[in-house]
Write a protein that binds this ligand. Structure first.
Ligand code: F6P
Length: 373
């Protein structure tokens, strides 16, 4: 009997989702004779049985489109807002999966989606995941689609900021997405020729950043570009967070752990907008006019780059092959130029941060970039 496959996109969107859905859908249908059903708005659509038939018509003309034809949400199977209440919908999801006689479910998403897919795997569903995110921070894969497009957008933004910073002899701070990882800021900073790059993995001392700007001024360079990852942290903030994380690991009761998690969440929430503080501090410390640009969701919108389209198509079509093999409980990861099948349990819950010994940091330091350390 022909296999019936369910597919959903969950978490924040990114360019390349439609190219992946198209690659998966076309290969599954045309090469392997499968039926493919899309579930709308992430895990919510699976809980509420909201579907769309991914037929030839639906899969056509979407390769270059940004966003996702399936819609997405940050709902988790065990925490879905139904009528203003957070409900555990895991059983409803399993019922829906069985009602449709699905052979497998493909979850396309970021770090959170890997964890949620693993929960569904533990609940007995056949799951395969495909990693996506502009943050490039998923464990065990060297690449996620969406990253290349976001990198192009952020780099172009830095290029454009250069000319206005030069004209006005200003310092311009540019905030770049990436969640708790610094990949996007690091690579866009290098590609755009930023003078300072601040990433979460290297806590910064604002005085050292100011000194780097002063030195540039002394050498006749009257403008500076400071690329800051949204998750970058000062030495003081990093130490406060480190203390909380250690306390959480040592906590003996669930209640204590939950309390620390709540405090950590509040801290991270307060941290949003920290680039406003950096901008003010730098203006004060250097005496130079300073401006802030927050790139935000611009980095996630619009058409994917050629490279992301190629990679997404490869990932989607490879996924169809995996489904034909009936190989479940895995994520498809890019490693050493190949797409490999890695156990979901090895991925879920771990974030891929920028290692201190990456050649990218060495290269950036080689051209005089200051990391604030
Ligand atoms: O994970 C992708 C991402 O764009 C992060 O870089 C960012 O921190 C987050 O999503 C923003 O999420 P939202 O779209 O929910 O504001």
């Amino acid at each position: 009997m022909a296999q019936h496959i369910g597919v959903l996109t969950a978490g924040g969107d990114c360019p390349g989702l439609n190219a992946t859905i198209r690659g998966l859908g076309k290969a599954a249908r045309e090469q392997f004779g499968m039926r493919v059903t899309g579930f709308l708005n992430g895990f919510r659509g699976l809980a509420l049985d909201q579907t769309v038939d991914l037929d030839d018509q639906m899969l056509s003309g979407i390769l270059t489109n940004g966003g996702t034809i399936l819609g997405t949400s940050r709902d988790k199977p065990h925490k879905i807002n139904i009528g203003g209440k957070q409900m555990d919908m895991t059983d409803a999801i399993c019922d829906c999966y069985r009602k449709h006689h699905l052979d497998a479910l493909v979850c396309i998403g970021g770090g959170g989606t890997q964890k949620n897919a693993r929960r569904l795997m533990d609940a007995g569903l056949n799951v395969v995941t495909l990693p996506k995110t502009i943050d490039n921070d998923i464990w065990l894969t060297e690449r996620t689609f969406g990253f290349d497009t976001a990198l192009e957008i952020a780099t172009e933004a830095i290029d454009r900021l250069h000319s206005t910073a030069t004209s006005h002899e200003r310092v311009i701070v540019v905030e770049i997405m990436g969640h708790r990882a610094g990949w996007l800021a690091l690579e866009a900073g290098i590609a755009g020729g930023a003078d300072v790059i601040l990433i979460p993995e290297i806590p910064y001392d604002i005085e050292k950043v100011a000194e780097a700007i002063r030195q540039r001024t002394l050498s006749g360079k009257r403008f500076s570009i400071i690329a800051v990852a949204e998750g970058a942290m000062s030495v003081e903030d990093a130490s406060a967070i480190g203390t909380m994380v250690e306390a959480k690991a040592a906590a003996e009761s669930k209640k204590e752990r939950q309390e620390i998690s709540t405090r950590l969440r509040a801290y991270h929430k307060e941290h949003l907008g920290h680039t406003i503080r950096i901008t003010e501090q730098l203006e004060q410390l250097t005496g130079q006019e300073t401006r802030l640009t927050i790139l935000g969701h611009l980095q996630r919108g619009g058409t994917p780059t050629a490279s992301d389209r190629v990679f997404a198509t490869w990932l989607g079509t490879e996924c169809a092959r995996v489904l034909d093999d009936k190989h479940y409980g895995i994520m498809l990861a890019y490693q050493g130029g190949k797409i490999k099948r890695v156990p979901l349990e090895d991925v879920a819950g771990t974030v891929r941060l920028v290692p201190h010994d990456t050649p990218l940091i060495t290269a950036a330091r080689g051209v005089g970039v200051c990391f604030g350390d």
